[in-house]
Design a protein around this ligand. Structure first.
Ligand code: CIR
Length: 258
């Protein structure tokens, strides 16, 4: 696939032993098997390595049950590493280690209160940043990011979302001008210029895919969506995400890729 993301690094953070205390609200699936979650995370990391990525690994912190969801703590564009300001207090301290990890590679900028923003709301497609206006990301957060990236030639498009955690929980980019999404969470006219795959209602978790270095990673167990993606010519890798899903997390949430 021509424009599928070519990336060199992935910042990941191990799953803490306190993972059962993570924030949940959407999945409705319990309890989490922490050992299995850690195995699934390891498999995810190995898959990224197999795809040619160098892992930047941050150790888990048991005081931060959601710390494995590194995506939420930074937004990376070109040479810039924007340290986010999570919309929930229990996740604020996660940004400390992310800044330490990212500072080797990027010029660091910060988002400041009263802004809140989580990377899971930021969908980058070429020079556009679609940013979910969600329970975690407020208007001020979107404005501050726009202030930092506009001068790099990026256009920021706010997307009001509902009944979901983040924009990318329900919408991701596959490459080749094609997005995949679950219906009913935002005004889809915003994405009128793209080809679309709409995931079947029973498989909405599979709207979160990770397209990187020639492959599309999808969660295991969503055969209808797998066919829809495969029929468009994408090369797919399935990963078991059962325990990550219980924590309202998905494939993109587990890394910051650049
Ligand atoms: C949370 O509610 O913050 C975590 N349990 C899940 C975060 C998932 N992150 C993401 O979608 N980018």
């Amino acid at each position: 696939m021509a424009d599928i993301k070519k990336a060199e690094f992935a910042i990941v953070r191990n799953i803490p032993n306190s993972f059962q205390q993570c924030i949940t609200g959407f999945s409705g699936k319990f309890p989490i098997d922490v050992t299995l979650a850690q195995q699934q995370h390891e498999h995810y990391c190995h898959t990224l390595v197999d795809l040619g990525l160098k892992l930047v690994r941050i150790e888990a912190d048991d005081y931060l049950p959601d710390c494995c969801f590194t995506e939420d703590t930074a937004i990376v564009t070109d040479g810039l590493g924007i340290i986010s300001f999570p919309g929930t207090e229990s996740r604020h301290a996660e940004i400390i280690e992310m800044e330490k990890a990212l500072t080797t590679y990027k010029k660091i900028q910060h988002i400041a209160a009263p802004a809140t923003i989580e990377g899971g709301d930021v969908l980058k497609i070429g020079k556009k940043l679609f940013i979910g206006h969600s329970a975690r990301t407020n208007e001020e957060g979107i404005k501050q990011v726009a202030g930092l990236v506009n001068e790099l030639g990026y256009e920021v498009i706010p997307v009001k979302i509902h009944n979901t955690l983040h924009l990318k929980t329900v919408c991701t980019y596959l490459g080749n001008n094609c997005i995949i999404y679950a219906d009913g969470h935002f005004d889809e006219n915003i994405f009128s210029e793209y080809d679309k795959i709409i995931v079947p209602v029973t498989e909405s978790y599979c709207a979160n895919t990770l397209a990187v270095n020639g492959k599309v990673l999808i969660p295991k167990g969503f055969p209808l969506t797998r066919s829809l993606i495969g029929n468009k010519g994408y090369s797919i890798i399935e990963l078991d995400m059962s325990e990550i899903e219980k924590a309202d997390g998905a494939l993109t949430c587990l890394s910051v890729i650049f």
